[in-house]
Design a protein around this ligand. Structure first.
Ligand code: PLP
Length: 460
């Protein structure tokens, strides 16, 4: 019999979480205008809002933090950081940044201009925003299977290689300063990209002399999916797989808040000497000197250890299986989720969960609010509130912080979701009472459609 996959760590320091009563949560939810971003984190029992920067660090990371060298220039911590990153990623130049989007801003500022086109499997929202900020166009070219939540495919994050060639032939390689591959494909449900796809995209890029960059935020999870699902990689280590993957590219952007296992940090890598020089000049202008890039020396140490720990096989086995455990247990009872479970999160399909709530009454927000009411769980809507009428799906993402919650926490989450599933017909839609002109999901205020409009809020 297969044995239980246990957390490959024991707990040395604990952070209490706080229970609230249902009545308290009803009040708190009203005070937060049904928007979970507006809740104080102390009033959340299990926080699955994001896996970004919310992970638990290891004893090795905390020990390394004490070794942080806070010298302004030439810090020993930078050497350790660069060596660790190069060991995995293999790129010549490693530029530290305070998080992923800073690496993106610098990369696109240096490489792109107005009228350019950047193909990606799927741009993450900050990536798209930074491409568009410099006047370039962000084009998503994920394979058809990746667009359908219920379709099962081992590598739903793959790029459509034919579509990439079509774009290149249509607009010409001069207008495409780089191609990006996001591993795993976050906006597409945390779905992996296969090595075969990386090789094929790389071959098209090399043939057309276009550099290939990775958005590497979840590179370790992607490497483990390749090990599990792709022929020829069964006996390779996740690190060997990651090294091979990056060898097909010319550089990367990285948020160390994900598979860097740190609470803050990021980096930008390139093999191009001239680009590296321009990138460092911009870095000095806005982030800091190239041996710290807006981070403390101790942060560099945490990342140096973290990127290596993210590749440990026992950690990845636990990570991928515990995410799938949540997804499979609720799916068994009929709860509609994006299939198959991704690496870092489970996505509930709110339109299928609450078919009686039309998209303009925010089924995702209503479902997220109900999960909080039922069990103090915080999740996030990715749908009509976030993207407006352009949203093709209404999803609720349950992102799993790294090494933070145990199997009994996940069992509890399963129980709460199944309770809500039983009562789904009683859940009401919501309407907006306040929205900001852009990125409205962070600050929006809502109220149940059954409640008369409150004049003060409706006009604010
Ligand atoms: C989080 C993330 C980013 C941005 O990184 P930040 O550290 O949040 O700035 C970019 N791309 C992907 C795929 C991400 O998941």
């Amino acid at each position: 019999m297969a044995r239980t996959i246990i957390e490959p760590f024991r707990i040395k320091s604990v952070e209490p979480i706080r229970w609230t009563t249902r009545e308290e949560r009803e009040q708190l939810l009203r005070a937060a205008h049904y928007n979970l971003f507006l809740l104080p984190a102390d009033d959340v029992l299990i926080d699955l809002l994001t896996d970004s920067g919310t992970g638990a660090m290891s004893t090795h990371q905390w020990a390394a933090i004490m070794e942080g060298d806070e010298s302004y220039a030439g810090s020993r911590s930078f050497d350790r950081f660069r060596n660790s990153v190069q060991d995995i990623f293999g790129y010549r130049h490693v530029i530290p940044t305070h998080q992923g989007r800073a690496a993106e801003r610098i990369l696109f500022s240096v490489m792109c201009k107005k009228g350019d086109i950047v193909p990606n499997n799927t741009h993450f929202d900050t990536t798209r925003a930074n491409v568009e900020f410099v006047g370039a166009e962000a084009v998503d070219l994920v394979i058809e299977e990746g667009k359908h939540p219920s379709v099962v495919h081992p590598f739903k994050g793959n790029m459509d290689v034919g579509a990439l060639e079509t774009v290149i032939n249509r607009v010409g390689r001069e207008r495409i300063p780089l191609v990006m591959l996001t591993v795993t494909n976050n906006s597409g449900g945390g779905q992996p990209v296969s090595m075969e796809n990386v090789r094929a995209v790389s071959a098209v890029c090399r043939k057309n002399r276009i550099p290939l960059y990775f958005d590497a935020c979840r590179f370790a999870e992607n490497a483990y999916f390749i090990k599990l699902r792709e022929k020829g990689y069964e006996s390779k280590t996740p690190k060997q797989i990651a090294q091979e993957m990056f060898s097909y590219g010319d550089g990367c952007t990285m948020s160390a808040k994900k598979d860097g296992m740190a609470n803050i940090g990021g980096f930008l890598c390139t093999n191009d000497e001239l680009l590296a020089q321009q990138e460092k000049n911009l870095l000095i202008l806005t982030e800091g000197y190239p041996t710290y890039g807006g981070l403390a020396g101790r942060d560099l140490e945490a990342v140096a250890v973290g990127v290596q720990e993210a590749l440990h096989e026992d950690y990845l086995r636990y990570r991928i299986h515990s995410t799938a455990y949540l997804g499979n247990h609720i799916a068994e009872h009929g709860v509609p989720i994006v299939q198959p479970p991704g690496g870092h999160a489970i996505y509930l399909d709110a339109r299928a969960f609450l078919p009686h709530i039309p998209p303009d009454q925010f089924p995702g927000v209503a479902l997220a609010a109900e999960l909080y009411l039922e069990g103090g769980i915080r999740s996030v809507e990715i749908g009509t509130l976030m993207f407006g009428a352009a949203a093709k799906m209404d999803l609720v993402r349950l992102a799993i912080p790294r090494r933070v919650y145990t199997q009994s926490h996940i069992d509890y989450v399963v129980e709460v979701i199944l309770e809500v599933w039983k009562k789904r017909e009683q859940i009401q839609g919501l309407r907006l009472s306040y929205e900001a002109p852009f990125l409205r999901h962070f600050t929006a205020r809502l109220e149940p459609v059954g409640v008369p409009i409150t004049p003060t809020l409706a006009s604010s």
